[in-house]
Ligand binder design. Structure first.
Ligand code: ADP
Ligand code: ZN
Ligand code: MG
Length: 494
């Protein structure tokens, strides 16, 4: 029987806030010394009182608004009771019945162009745990140390409905969510650093069936590539289990990247095991409408809207649009360049195709400029090239005043010195000769001194023209416009 995968995702994201969730300790993910950013509150000492971090609450609400979700006026923290050595209180402050965000959805496109709409169940706020490190002592005994710097860092948990139908889709969902979270400035969401962590719930059901099958939760997946691989593995494993007439066991599994396999960790615990109850030390949050309004006012253009605008307004291809969507600084610079090009585009009338000119600028930015930037690790915001000078160079390339080889030299010079392109071209004598009148004499000389090649060309070996263009280019010391040379050579031989 053919089965259909049913997948729901849970994503934990460490929020970028100044301080921790319930105390004044610094939230510094780059702190290398263990147990520096700690205090009696985040160490769970008895008698201490947690105070919720307003910045963290606002950030989760902002995410909810970006997901078109409901922000209930009433929200509450709960205790989730369980024991773990890196959880000194013996419980985690989380949210259960009354999360900050309910519902919402995220839309994105798959590689084949199909549009997906994944519903979000809830987004809530909780605290991160400490971090355990396991090793071996000099005596050969196993050792475990614990670092509480991470304990109490604000953690946002987002849960989706089981709307996802493939491993690829799960990966795309995660990537789109990461992009959104970065746009909102809520977190750097770096998976390698553990700032974003994904759990995938996977089940199979006969294609066409309404009811869901038994699900397995795959935990601790620390890259999107692994999310895709782990789900694909799990789908195959469950299909094999079902094909052999057995039942899928509801359990939590881990992902072993070196073997490319999921493995059983423990049988699934239910909500009742945690004995959730309202956190008695924190009063419920009653969210003020004016405050919500001020948070909503912070919503800027989000990736989905920007993607649509870049496609419609600049007529760029999908790959280029994605490059700009993934690099907001570069996208902003691009828009400044286009704006600087506008006057020139208008003044040229029929001699410029707007879309073609914009595409030229997009190419130089995403290819050549990006390459120089990456080599020097220079942020876009610190580039010496003003958008005005960049636009001027694009106009000169478009109008054939300079060859593409020379343009790269000029761009390189601009990148290092910040100079004006027309001055650099004058100084370095790089302007391109496009006038047939002045190139005709060079062509005549080249044809006269390469009779053998001309003869070959006449015999039908049309490729030979490359050699003639090359010779003429050399004679012009690289300054001739190759397209004009080609036309002149063809005309002359005929
Ligand atoms: P649990 O109580 O086991 O945590 P939840 O109902 O809270 O289960 O759902 C957790 C996640 O699992 C959600 O993302 C949800 O969409 C997903 N999920 C629920 N049932 C299934 C299923 N049968 N197959 C795949 N995913 C599921
Ligand atoms: Zn603290
Ligand atoms: Mg759950």
């Amino acid at each position: 029987m053919e089965h259909e995968p049913v997948i729901g995702i849970e994503v934990h994201t460490e929020l970028k806030t100044r301080t921790k969730m319930f105390c004044d300790c610094l939230n510094d993910p780059d702190e290398k010394h263990p147990n520096v950013n700690i205090c009696p509150i985040c160490l769970g000492h008895p008698g201490t009182l947690p105070v919720p971090n307003k910045e963290a609450v606002e950030k989760v609400i902002l995410v909810g608004m970006a997901l078109h979700a409901e922000i209930p006026a009433y929200s509450q923290f709960d205790r989730k009771n369980y024991f773990y050595p890196d959880l000194p209180k013996g419980y985690q402050i989380s949210q259960y019945e009354h999360p900050l965000v309910k519902g919402g959805y995220l839309e994105f496109k798959l590689a084949d162009g199909s549009e997906r709409h994944i519903r979000v169940t809830r987004v809530h706020l909780e605290e991160d745990t400490g971090r355990l490190a396991h090793g071996t002592s000099d005596m050969g005994h196993g050792t475990s140390t614990v670092d509480f710097n991470r304990a109490g860092i604000p953690l946002m948990e987002l849960v989706t409905e089981p709307d996802i139908r493939s491993a690829e889709e799960a990966r795309s969902f995660g990537e789109e969510l990461q992009l959104l979270i970065r746009y909102l400035g809520v977190s750097d969401a770096d998976m390698e650093k553990g700032e974003m962590r994904v759990e995938a719930n996977v089940s199979l059901r006969p294609r066409g069936a309404k009811e869901f099958g038994t699900k397995v939760e795959v935990k601790n997946i620390n890259s999107f590539k692994f999310v895709e691989k782990a789900i694909a593995y799990e789908v195959k494993r469950q299909a094999d289990v079902l094909a052999s007439g057995k039942k899928v066991v509801q359990e939590t599994r881990g992902w072993d990247e070196s073997r490319g396999q999921t493995f059983s960790q423990r049988l699934k615990e239910g909500a009742t095991d945690y004995r959730y109850f309202p956190e008695p030390d924190i009063p419920p949050l009653v969210l003020d409408q004016a405050w919500l309004g001020s948070i909503g006012a912070r919503l800027t253009e989000l990736p989905g809207a920007k993607r649509k605008r870049f496609t419609d307004e600049y007529k760029l291809d999908e790959k280029t649009v994605e490059l700009f969507i993934g690099d907001a600084d570069l996208a902003e610079y691009f828009e400044q360049v286009v704006s600087e090009m506008t006057e020139w585009i208008q003044s040229m009338g029929d001699r410029v195709e707007r879309d073609k000119a914009i595409k030229l600028a997009a190419n130089y930015l995403t290819v050549d400029f990006q390459k120089m930037r990456k080599e020097t690790a220079a942020p876009v915001s610190e580039t010496l090239i003003t958008p005005e000078n960049f636009a001027e160079l694009m106009a000169m390339i478009y109008e054939d005043k300079i060859s593409s080889a020379a343009a790269k030299q000029v761009l390189d010079h601009m990148f290092r010195t910040g100079g004006d392109p027309s001055e650099i071209i004058r100084e370095k004598n790089l302007s391109q000769e496009s006038s047939p009148e002045s190139l005709q004499s060079i062509v005549a000389e080249v044809l006269a001194s390469h009779e053998d090649i001309v003869a070959e060309y006449k015999k039908g070996k049309t490729n030979a023209i490359q050699a003639l263009i090359g010779a003429a280019m050399k004679a012009s010391r690289g300054k001739a416009n190759p397209a004009v040379l080609r036309t002149l050579i063809e005309k002359s031989i005929q």
